[in-house]
Design a protein around this ligand. Structure first.
Ligand SMILES: [Ca+2]
Ligand SMILES: [Ca+2]
Length: 587
């Protein structure tokens, strides 16, 4: 692999210890012998663990007795929809008269992917059906009151919906400006610089790292300093009707123009973190990495916070997320790598190095062949096809069969932590070939077929699809027979095993080697459980740094002058964004 020369902070004693252990032969990535364990596959062992002995074997699931069905016609990557005889029979017996809807996949693949999968539809009020809930025409119960009923003379129902935050008990804009005034009195001429504004905000109870957007909103983009008058005026204009941090943050970042954030809005704030956070001082000179870091952090914020996949973070999405509390944490934590949510430099380093390995021509885009090389061809070609089909990507790059850096960040996060809700949605979208919001048997078989072929080529003992299906259904226990929906997967603790079984051979075989109940979740120093992503990033970082130490620097990771491709906030995440160069470093 090419040797990364991106700067990185000094290793901790613990990291050095790990690296020396690794270089003495205990390399976790070393090839292991591939065989099926005598105890059966991982799913079988899950099954044995979960089932009581009396129920085991006595309660055969209907799908076990599936008759042989015809093989689907699969040519290359084109998908021919088919229905198994079993499904036909099930449909006939369970839903008489109901016709199964067959959607030609080729059409759907070219069309836009429905967003409805991840967005939870609001429950629709169903009027009572006459035979089940007979209308009480004679004696209506005195206690029955529809929630929306207006009762004249009764006490008013207090307001409970505050899209801009509940003002009760919150300081008014006037009171906040008074606090600003007190803080300003320490500074000459009642004027502050960007840095000094951070202290003003901090003593006034606001997060220090709001300074850059507040400074700009108050007119500081054209001047070195802002006055108290400028700040008070801007503050009243922007946050007068916003009563909690989430609403105020959105208002400040968009200068009052919108009630949602697009990736572009975050650039000045994150660049300011690069320029002024003590944990990123070592990066000061390496300006070519500033925008890479900024865009990685923004992609991670959207991955975590933008639960609707819309490319626009709403106030309520922001309010529900941990982003604002993490941003606040940043002012008290000097080691940026301790802030593993969004900001860790080590995490950025891992993501960027992984991308650099794949992006051979270094134009900041990768194509199908590039992505196929990820993790030594662990992913199936059918899954790679789906990733590039627009199921999880949008924008102009997708039409050209390319993936941007931002999309790669989403891919890698999803690939390495398949428990994360966004990851579950990511892979669900990919596997839901016809976009009907459920994974049907033919979709599972489509992906499993390639896994089977690959295992046969490698001479590995294989499990026929029907057996695999039984195990998977027993593991996931879908609420509707023979259909797996998003909720089933989010509820199941073994979802990574499910996904890897269908499209990641490397990880599938790893799961087969491991006892799923022997691996306790690792914890950090404070006893917090490490996510799969945190564990992966920590291990990879040490491997990358060790590799760097073992090799002569060959090809550094910065782009040469004149051919440095511009990194934009990914257009695929928001079509309305304005493209411009990310701001350069402060002088
Ligand atoms: Ca490329
Ligand atoms: Ca489907």
């Amino acid at each position: 692999m090419e040797i990364p020369s991106a700067p990185h902070p000094e290793l901790t004693a613990e990291q050095k210890q790990h690296i020396s252990e690794r270089s003495s032969g205990m390399v976790p990535g070393a090839p292991m012998s591939r065989r099926m364990l005598p105890g059966g596959s991982v799913a079988e062992r899950v099954l044995m663990f979960e089932k009581s002995p009396s129920a085991f074997g006595l309660d055969p699931v209907a799908v076990r007795n599936m008759p042989q069905r015809k093989e689907p016609t699969l040519t290359g990557t084109a998908i021919t929809p088919w229905r198994s005889q079993v499904q036909d029979q099930l449909n006939k017996s369970q839903i008489p008269g109901k016709k199964e809807r067959i959607v030609p996949i080729s059409k759907l693949e070219s069309g836009p992917t429905p967003i409805s999968i991840s967005s939870q539809p609001l429950p629709v009020f169903q009027p009572p059906v006459a035979q089940t809930f007979p209308r009480r025409t004679t004696q209506p119960s005195t206690t029955f009151r529809p929630p929306s009923l207006h009762l004249p003379g009764k006490e008013e129902i207090p307001k409970f919906y505050f899209p801009n935050g509940n003002p009760t008990g919150k300081p008014s804009a006037e009171n906040v400006c008074k606090k600003f005034g007190e803080a300003f009195s320490k500074y000459k001429n009642n004027c502050v610089t960007n840095e000094e504004l951070g202290q003003v905000l901090k003593v006034s109870g606001y997060p220090l790292f709001w300074k850059c957007p507040v400074f700009q909103a108050a007119g500081g983009d054209k001047a070195e300093t802002i006055s108290l008058l400028q700040l008070s005026k801007a503050w009243r204009r922007l946050v007068n009707n916003c009563h909690d941090e989430a609403a105020q943050f959105v208002s400040i970042l968009t200068q009052g123009a919108r009630t949602h954030l697009v990736p572009e809005d975050m650039v000045p704030l994150i660049q300011d973190v690069v320029d002024t956070h003590p944990g990123l001082l070592f990066l000061k000179e390496a300006t070519e990495f500033h925008s890479r870091y900024v865009h990685t952090v923004i992609a991670r914020i959207f991955y975590e916070v933008n639960r609707s996949w819309s490319g626009k973070i709403t106030v309520s999405e922001l309010r529900r997320s941990k982003f604002l509390s993490t941003l606040r944490l940043l002012q008290d934590e000097d080691d940026i790598n301790q802030v593993t949510d969004f900001f860790s430099y080590e995490h950025f380093y891992v993501i960027y190095c992984k991308f650099w390995e794949l992006d051979k021509d270094h134009d900041l885009f990768i194509d199908r062949e590039d992505l196929a090389r990820h993790n030594d061809h662990a992913l199936s070609t059918r899954m790679i096809e789906r990733i590039f089909s627009g199921a999880v990507t949008r924008g102009s790059a997708q039409k050209e069969g390319r993936m941007s850096y931002t999309e790669f960040v989403w891919f890698l996060l999803s690939e390495e932590d398949k428990r994360h809700p966004t990851a579950i949605e990511y892979w669900f979208r990919c596997m839901d070939l016809d976009g009907d919001g459920v994974l049907s048997m033919y979709e599972l078989e489509y992906f499993y077929e390639e896994q089977l072929q690959r295992m046969e080529q490698l001479g590995i003992e294989t499990l026929p699809f029907d057996d695999c299906l039984c195990q998977m259904l027993d593991m996931i226990r879908p609420s509707t027979a023979n259909q797996i929906n998003l909720k089933d997967l989010k509820y199941c603790k073994m979802t990574p095993v499910f996904f890897d079984t269908f499209f990641n051979l490397e990880k599938y075989l790893d799961h087969e080697q491991r006892d799923p109940f022997a691996t306790q979740r690792e914890t950090d120093e404070e006893g917090n459980e490490l996510s799969d992503w945190d564990r992966f990033a920590a291990e990879e970082y040490e491997l990358l740094v060790a590799e760097e130490g073992n090799n002569e620097p060959m090809d550094d990771m910065c782009y040469e002058d004149g051919e440095n491709p511009r990194m934009h906030v990914d257009e695929s995440l928001d079509s309305e964004m304005i493209q411009h160069d990310p701001p350069g470093p402060q002088p």
